[in-house]
Write a new protein. Structure first.
Length: 642
């Protein structure tokens, strides 16, 4: 049997005999995902209309082209703004590639050859890194312009390069980490005198000490509400007493922003590679670009670059003899500019305690040649293994933090996911090297009745609620969890497209009716005074958009809108609210529940609630699955015990 046939035939949960075979399998599965996603992008580009792309956050149309200039990193950038559909969430963020198009009056779309990348994005404005002035002038002369996300070749190329580097590593630290993380040997630890952290609980303190003692790898497993970020920040802070600098990464820009902000609040000097998703002065202040232009030597560098551009323009109009003179002068200016860039770059990196980036951005040109004693990967359970290896190449040891019982990586190719691409490096290490894992067990978010079911199903009944939250609630004599059963109401789901999935408008309307009634029970004045916040969750985008539009149109909900968040399960990862309403949508005669069968999503959904959880769903459809049947029985038992 050939290698590919062998790898495809092997079940993903089976242990692959060697690190090399495992990595070769990862290459194959990643190639399957790459080909699938590339083909999906091509198909959607050809078949999907502009209006649908705008609604899905993949496209802005129309856009206005604004000013162009050279930023502090000497990149030619172009500002683009949108004035329509500004309330639609978009997926544009730092580093993502984009293309421009023009839509004729008859609807025909023509794409420009220009490919740019996002440097900065907010709700209405993009700053795009452009390939040259010709592209800028072409776009400034055009009308009826739009911009859309392009297929991200760079991320895939970087992951393939990382896997190849790990495979061929020999006689170096990367080879040792590969064989330790993927092989059969146990993780090893130094003997150190335990450090006391009176402000942490026992499990958190043990986790920090485990990180400090780890020679190769440590895993901080943080179930919902257990203070995973607090523990990780403490571990990073304490590591910096022993090492001059560490690398902190995560899969998404949002996760990098979150951990960076917490570190900055702790007084740590963070250098953020890339621009943040939440754009404010505090977040921007520790980005590389903002620090670069704040450096004392930057004014001289800016003047040199300005003079070089002027001389370059003049050179194109000069005689041969004058050109030779200009070339000599420009060469001296370039040498000085390069020396200043090297100086500024060295100063910024040398003064930083933490360098923070996404996993893919850890391959940024600014990082070339840099190594770190310790790499921390936050939200590691959401990162593809190949993405983790991008950053691991730069480190001597790795600390993975997250929860593999919550959201997995986003994988579009079903066969690749089923073949094992969905299994993360953190999950693999947690299963094969339990000695490296520290489980955080005390949670500070949920009423214990909300916590008890996910603790039983996902965490072997090991979680416990801190006394400060165990009995907290909003109303006296109120059960913390309700299931509003829609069986018998003739509510039916509808399929509205591959990306948006399902919608159940009757169930959504019932949810809003129940939400209004619950607000009435609490009292609007109390909600506003105490800032009681609400989360409305559905696994399906179509249901989320319908709920958002109904809430926007409702006069009843107007006073509370800033206290409402309506989003998919994925959009709620890492968040929490006082009250959570969940619309499960599925209602059919066949008992089909689709991706509700991925129970990790439901773990995220039900563990967002601090004090009250309300689930709407048709038990006749859902209770055919053992998870939903047991959840329903658990809630019914709670009500019987009132």
């Amino acid at each position: 049997m050939g290698l590919i046939s062998y790898l495809c035939a092997m079940k993903p949960q089976e242990d692959i005999p060697s690190p090399v075979l495992h990595l070769e399998r990862q290459q194959l599965l990643l190639r399957m995902e790459y080909e699938y996603e590339k083909e999906e992008f091509r198909r959607q580009t050809e078949s999907m209309g502009v209006a649908r792309k705008v609604k899905r956050g993949l496209c802005w149309y129309p856009v206005t082209v604004g000013r162009h200039y050279y930023n502090s990193l000497n990149q030619l950038v172009l500002e683009v703004t949108r004035t329509e559909d500004t309330d639609i969430e978009h997926a544009f963020e730092f580093g993502r590639p984009v293309v421009f198009f023009r839509q004729d009056y008859d609807g025909k779309i023509t794409y420009y050859n220009t490919q740019a990348s996002v440097s900065y994005a907010d709700d209405t404005r993009l700053v795009l890194v452009m390939p040259g002035m010709g592209a800028v002038l072409e776009l400034q002369a055009a009308d009826r312009l739009g911009v859309q996300l392009f297929f991200d070749e760079t991320s895939y190329r970087t992951m393939f390069e990382a896997l190849a580097d790990v495979l061929r590593a020999k006689g170096n630290r990367l080879a040792e980490l590969r064989d330790t993380l993927l092989g059969t040997s146990k993780a090893t630890f130094r003997e150190l005198y335990p450090v006391r952290f009176p402000w942490l609980n026992t499990a958190q303190e043990e986790a920090v000490n485990r990180v400090l003692c780890a020679r190769d790898v440590a895993v901080v497993h943080g179930p919902p509400g257990t203070g995973k970020t607090t523990t990780l920040v403490e571990a990073i802070y304490e590591t910096l007493h022993r090492e001059p600098q560490v690398l902190v990464c995560a899969q998404s820009n949002t996760a990098v922003d979150w951990i960076s902000e917490k570190l900055v609040d702790r007084g740590v000097n963070v250098l953020r590679i890339g621009n943040p998703t939440r754009v404010n002065d505090k977040m921007l202040s520790f980005t590389y670009e903002r620090r670069f232009e704040s450096h004392p030597a930057y004014s001289e560098l800016w003047a040199l670059r300005k003079e070089l551009r002027a001389l370059s323009s003049r050179s194109r109009r000069s005689s041969y003899a004058e050109r030779e003179s200009l070339r000599s002068r420009m060469s001296r200016l370039r040498d000085r500019a390069t020396a200043l860039e090297v100086q500024i770059n060295a100063d910024l990196f040398d003064s930083a305690h933490v360098v923070a980036s996404t996993l893919v951005s850890s391959n940024h040109r600014l990082m070339h040649g840099r190594r770190f004693g310790t790499l921390f990967i936050d939200e590691a359970a959401q990162a593809l293994e190949a993405a983790c290896w991008i950053a691991i190449r730069r480190a001597d040891r790795v600390v993975l933090a997250g929860d593999h019982q919550q959201l997995p990586p986003t994988i579009k190719c079903y066969d690749a996911a089923r073949g094992g691409l969905e299994q993360t490096l953190m999950e693999r290490i947690a299963r094969r090297k339990p000695e490296a894992v520290s489980l955080l067990r005390v949670q500070y978010r949920m009423n214990q009745d909300i916590m008890r079911f996910p603790s039983h199903w996902f965490y072997h009944d090991l979680l416990q609620a801190d006394p400060s939250v165990s009995h907290r609630g909003i109303l006296d004599w109120d059960t913390p969890i309700d299931w509003i059963d829609t069986t018998g109401r003739d509510f039916k789901e509808q399929f509205v497209g591959e990306t948006f999935g399902r919608i159940n408008k009757d169930e959504a309307d019932l949810l809003l009716h129940e939400l209004e009634a619950y607000i009435g029970r609490i009292g609007g004045e109390r909600i506003l005074d105490e800032r009681i916040d609400f989360g409305i969750i559905s696994p399906y985008k179509a249901q989320v958009q319908y709920l958002r539009s109904r809430i926007r149109q409702s006069a009843v909900f107007r006073p509370y809108r800033e206290l409402f968040t309506v989003n998919t399960v994925d959009g709620f990862q890492g968040q929490e609210r006082d009250v959570i309403f969940i619309s499960l949508v599925r209602a059919n005669d066949d008992g089909q529940i689709g991706f509700l069968g991925d129970l990790r999503r439901m773990n995220v959904a039900i563990t967002r609630a601090r004090m009250k959880l309300v689930i709407l769903g048709e038990s006749e459809t859902l209770a055919r699955h053992p998870f939903y049947r047991e959840l329903l029985e658990y809630i019914q038992e709670l009500h019987r015990g009132e």
